[in-house]
Design a protein around this ligand. Structure first.
Ligand SMILES: C[S@@+](CC[C@H](N)C(=O)[O-])C[C@H]1O[C@@H](n2cnc3c(N)ncnc32)[C@H](O)[C@@H]1O
Length: 211
């Protein structure tokens, strides 16, 4: 009979990707200052998704110190991609810029300071991938803006959808035919928090379920 690992979480913790010195430093800093970063598993997931989809135009909502942005920037640097990262807090934005420079990603990353919904409403660029990681009450209002800014077939990745504030967003993205979405309840080592939900959604080119 097939058996599960006895300590499934311990086992998966051991499978979490190794972080380099810069990412480790940001992880330690995040723990010390209670900055809710995505950690190495979601970071690597972002890298894999960006690489697999060939995303060259990436929008990140919520830069903090630049931890998740480094994964996105590294994923698209080789194809001359660009990541625009939006951050409300001026001091955080400065830290993110400094960390992007340390990662050798200054040419790839642009940090814009302000309220994400307002900045998005003023944007006319289109994106291949959007990563949503801001305050949860903004998730639902951000959804129509994400839809406008994503190209048809573009990918939306939303972190922290296990938070109660994301409930309206979760329902809307499942019910709105403009999206095809899946929610994952996940164990995410060194993510804040380690048990949380992720949503992945593609912007349908022609809204309406074909199958
Ligand atoms: C969860 S942290 C982002 C963590 C980051 N993505 C990482 O994993 O490295 C959320 C960040 O979004 C910023 N933020 C929250 N609400 C925002 C909003 N409405 N517009 C822009 N930034 C926002 C916060 O200041 C904070 O730095």
């Amino acid at each position: 009979m097939t058996k599960m690992m006895p300590d499934l979480e311990g086992y998966f913790r051991g499978l979490a990707p190794d972080s380099d010195a810069l990412l480790l430093e940001l992880e330690v800093e995040a723990t010390r200052e209670s900055i809710p970063i995505v950690g190495p598993v979601v970071g690597e997931l972002l890298f894999v998704l960006a690489r697999a989809t060939g995303a060259a135009r990436i929008l990140e909502l919520g830069a903090a110190t630049g931890y998740s942005g480094i994964f996105l920037g590294r994923a698209c640097a080789g194809i001359k991609g660009r990541v625009i990262s939006l951050e409300l807090d001026e001091a955080m934005a400065q830290r993110a810029r400094g960390n992007f420079a340390r990662a050798g990603l200054s040419e790839v990353m642009e940090v814009r300071v302000g309220e994400a919904l307002k900045l998005m409403a003023e944007m006319s660029e289109t994106f291949d991938l959007i990563f949503l990681d801001i305050d949860k009450k903004s998730y639902l209002p951000a959804l129509s803006l994400c839809r406008r800014l994503l190209r048809p077939g573009g990918l939306l990745v939303a972190d922290n959808v296990g938070f109660s504030g994301a409930a309206d967003f979760n329902r809307e993205i499942l019910e709105n035919p403009a999206w095809r979405a899946v929610h994952l309840l996940s164990f995410l080592p060194r993510h804040s928090p380690e048990h949380d939900g992720l949503a992945l959604a593609v912007k349908e080119a022609r809204p309406g379920r074909l199958w």
